[in-house]
Design a protein around this ligand. Structure first.
Ligand code: GDP
Ligand code: MG
Length: 597
């Protein structure tokens, strides 16, 4: 099939508008999968399927016969959630166009607008598709008008992906409206690394977009980024699993196996070229920046090596997760993980929990904070324990800063009041309000990322009966009155529980912390003092009275062996406790405290 009959496209949509369902239908229509055989084929990870979200970008090749000619279509499925914004724009880089998919009952939403601009800025040709026309509240004429008024898009294809209604009209629209790739087959090889994953038998598998030239088994290739050279062992397409082919040529998306051993050597956005045929490297992508960090620690009795291996394995397959060793006075040796956002973090946590049950304890999530020293040097702190004790001005610190995002919220006009109130409660400052052609209000707020991470979206949905939609983008660091709140047990700070927050929040949080921790400390053998401290100020304090749990009271005095057994058991229980300072705290207390925070 010649390159002018290739179409590389992706599907651009607000979350839940039907991207995965439509992808399945297109794969069925082109015979890649059996009709009704498998749901959400491109959502390969279990959690993706279970939670109905796409986390990683996936691709699949299709062959479609249009007017007696075969066309090679490459679908690049992108994550719909805002946490994965960078992954979305990366996928667009390999596409000539995209389907802009909009739910017929909900119309254009915040992420439709954001994704539209991302795709439009990259010069993608957009084909509007209205989905879910089977729903009773579907309003096709209204959504058609919105698509024209807001994006200047005409002639939408109206379908029901779920019912399979009119889906067959989508493929001709792709062929006729989306341009083919512009690469040149007779040029030296130039290919873009789109994604990579690790296979225990084959090593690192590279997903590439061949911009120019071609590659086949035996081709010697070189990375522009590392300079490392590899001999290609196999090439092929995703259909939807790997299917090897003789070569990959200009315009195609497919995989390359080279025997590369280390995932770290695969830099997304890197250019691979043929050895001795140098080409100018492609511009690549911005480095992804993790924005949410948390500590993970093995629970009592867990197998450290086994956990470490599986955490490492998971990070190899998800290049956007960062990993470091960490140690805690309360929880021992563990790991500090960095994620793109809270959804990303919770998906990863779920995968670990699924494999290892309750054998991991996770600390509360934190965002990165910036500390500007008196001499002007800056450092980023991703662990609250490393955050300075005092407020700004003290101890060589010139300024403390926290990351902000610009949040774009779309809401029906009747909820604007609630939205503004909520944003203010989350320390947001309104920067813009606009009435949109779809009858909704678009409000923009500058809001601390830390607040967004703290279930802002859940509360926004609650405040607007589920009608508001949210999108956000990085707005950099700003000075802020942030402080560290610590929980002390008999005067010793429990490092894993420390948290950075705005000064206005410490009093309430401090009291809650002490009360909550106390709940998990019922039967103590010695008196324990719990305190919440901020700087050198004690915010809350409580004493846990000593009380020996009477394990013997139900027994008859003569039942000596049982008596001994029970006392031994009680002693063993004491040994199982972790110590902070000289105080022994049952690990369940940390676990319970963190699980509820
Ligand atoms: P994604 O988040 O954009 O990938 O959306 P999904 O494809 O996972 O779909 C979200 C939900 O909408 C699922 O429950 C689908 O079954 C449902 N859905 C998708 N297409 C249609 C449709 O055409 N009609 C109706 N009624 N529901 C649909
Ligand atoms: Mg999906």
């Amino acid at each position: 099939i010649p390159i002018d009959r290739y179409r590389n496209f992706s599907i651009v949509a607000h979350v839940d508008h039907g991207k995965s369902t439509l992808s399945d239908r297109l794969l069925e229509l082109t015979g890649v999968i059996e009709p009704g055989s498998n749901k959400q084929v491109l959502d390969k990870l279990d959690v993706e399927r279970e939670r109905g979200i796409t986390v990683k970008a996936q691709t699949c090749t299709m062959i479609y016969n249009h007017k007696n000619k075969d066309y090679l279509l490459h679908l690049v499925d992108t994550p719909g959630h805002v946490d994965f914004r960078q992954e979305v724009s990366r996928s667009y880089a390999s596409c000539g166009g995209a389907l802009l998919l909009v739910d017929a009952s909900q119309g254009v939403q915040a992420q439709t607008v954001a994704n539209f601009h991302l795709a439009d800025d990259l010069g993608l040709e957009l084909v509007p598709v209205i989905n879910k026309i089977d729903l009773p509240h579907a309003d096709v004429p209204r959504v058609t008008e919105q698509l024209f008024d807001m994006f200047g898009l005409l002639d939408p294809v109206a379908i029901s992906a779920k019912a399979g209604l009119h889906v067959e009209k989508v493929l001709p629209a792709i062929v006729e409206r989306i341009p083919p790739p512009t690469g040149k087959l007779d040029q030296p090889l130039k290919s873009l690394l789109v994604d990579s994953w690790f296979d225990p038998f084959l090593g690192v598998i590279l997903l590439v977009h061949i911009v120019d030239g071609k590659v086949s088994k035996g081709t010697k290739i070189m990375s522009a980024h590392t300079g490392f050279k590899y001999e290609v062992k196999e090439v092929g397409i995703m259909y939807p699993e790997r299917v090897s082919t003789k070569n990959l040529s200009a315009g195609q998306l497919g995989y390359i196996i080279t025997g590369m051993k280390r995932s770290q050597d695969a830099h997304i956005g890197d250019t691979f070229m043929q050895v001795n045929h140098p080409v100018e490297a492609l511009p690549g992508f911005e480095e992804v920046k993790p924005m949410v960090f948390l500590g993970a620690f093995p629970a009592e009795g867990a197998n450290f090596e086994q956990l470490e291996e599986s955490i490492e394995q998971l990070t190899l397959n998800d290049r956007s997760v960062t990993l470091q060793k960490e140690s805690s006075n309360a929880l021992g040796q563990g790991w500090r993980l960095g994620f793109l956002g809270t959804l990303h973090a919770s998906v990863f946590k779920e995968r670990l929990e699924k494999e290892h049950g309750g054998s991991l304890i996770f600390t509360a999530p934190t965002v990165p904070y910036k500390i500007v020293e008196k001499d002007g040097t800056e450092r980023i702190v991703t662990n609250p324990d490393d955050f300075p004790q005092m407020t700004s001005g003290a101890m060589g610190v010139k300024d403390l800063q926290e990351p902000f995002v610009e949040a774009t919220i779309h809401t029906p006009p009747e909820y604007v009041g609630q939205v503004v109130q909520l944003c203010q409660a989350f320390r947001g400052q309104q920067s813009d309000v606009e009435y949109l052609a779809n009858g909704q209000v678009c409000a923009k707020f500058l809001i601390p990322l830390a607040e967004l991470v703290d279930d802002f979206f859940g509360k926004l949905k609650g405040a607007t009966k589920g009608y508001a939609s949210l999108d956000y983008e990085d707005a950099g660091y700003q000075s802020s009155q942030i402080v560290k709140l610590e929980l002390l047990v008999n005067g010793n700070s429990v490092d894993a529980l420390a948290k950075v927050m705005h000064v206005s929040q410490v009093d309430e949080k401090g009291r809650i912390w002490v009360d909550k921790f106390k709940e998990y400390m019922r039967y103590q053998l010695f008196e324990i003092i719990l305190q919440a401290r901020c700087g050198n100020r004690i915010i809350a304090r409580s004493t846990v009275k000593a009380k020996r749990k009477d394990v013997l009271h139900k027994l008859h005095a003569a039942d000596i062996t049982r008596r001994k057994k029970l006392l031994a058991k009680q002693k063993e229980g004491k040994n199982r406790m972790q110590s902070v300072g000289r105080v022994h705290i049952p690990q369940e207390a940390y676990q319970g405290f963190l699980a509820r925070d």
